[in-house]
Design a protein around this ligand. Structure first.
Ligand code: ZN
Length: 127
């Protein structure tokens, strides 16, 4: 178990055309332990296309990154994503993100294994 110590990259994944965060990959890498911090990077053809920083708290993950939408100015974004755990039938616990999205003034709150970045924030695929 390497875990993800500070300053070391958390994990890398292949570009799927869409930036996504996979709670199970993070869990495997030990990135969901409170106090853990690192970076996620996405690259395409060897070029870095996106990088975000994160640190993990007791009940959630804080994402810290910059986005540039529609050729505008770079914006600093800090996004808090709550985490939840459910008991597995075979013992152990399975982690989920709670989607932090807000649709029609309703908090989404779906329990999802993956979040996708379409615009400014990381949200579930329904949002
Ligand atoms: Zn959602």
């Amino acid at each position: 178990m390497g875990g993800c110590g500070s300053g070391r990259p958390g994990y890398k994944q292949k570009s799927e055309g869409c930036r996504s965060l996979d709670v199970n990959s993070m869990n495997r890498e030990g990135c969901l332990n409170a106090g853990c911090a690192g970076n996620f990077t996405w690259s395409r053809d060897g070029d870095l296309i996106a990088q975000i920083g994160f640190h993990t708290e007791e009940r959630g993950v804080v994402l810290d990154y910059r986005v540039r939408l529609h050729g505008g100015d770079w914006e600093a974004v800090t996004q808090y994503v709550p985490l939840t755990y459910t008991e597995c039938r075979f013992g152990g616990q399975r982690p989920y993100f709670h989607c932090p999205g807000i649709v029609s003034k309703q908090h989404c709150g779906r329990r999802v294994g993956k979040l996708f970045s379409g615009g400014r924030y990381f949200l579930c695929r329904h949002c």
